[in-house]
Design a protein around this ligand. Structure first.
Ligand SMILES: [Zn+2]
Length: 77
C-alpha cells in the first residue's frame, strides 16, 4: 500500500500527465503510471518511473521542439 506523502491517506494506482516546462520548450508526457491520493490529489511516482521520465525528458530536449508530446506507455524499455 502506498501512502500519500502530503496527508498520509492511501493512494491508488492511476495514470497522469507530466508537464515539464523548460522555458524554451514544453515536454508533455502522457499516461505516466503513478499513485494518486484519494483525499488531496497528490501524485506520487515510483522510483523507476521517475528515472524513466527523466530519460524521456532528456531525449525530448534534444529534439528542440517547442512542444513535445510523448506517450509514456509507448516508450517503456
Ligand atoms: Zn493526500
Amino acid at each position: 500500500m502506498t501512502k500519500c506523502i502530503a496527508c498520509g491517506a492511501s493512494a491508488e494506482k492511476g495514470l497522469t500527465t507530466s508537464v515539464t516546462d523548460l522555458g524554451n520548450c514544453l515536454i508533455i508526457v502522457r499516461n505516466v503510471p503513478c499513485y494518486k491520493c484519494a483525499e488531496c490529489n497528490e501524485v506520487i511516482y515510483a522510483t523507476e518511473v521517475v528515472q524513466h521520465l527523466e530519460a524521456i525528458i532528456e531525449s525530448a530536449k534534444k529534439l528542440m521542439q517547442d512542444i513535445s508530446i510523448i506517450d509514456y506507455s509507448k516508450t517503456a524499455a
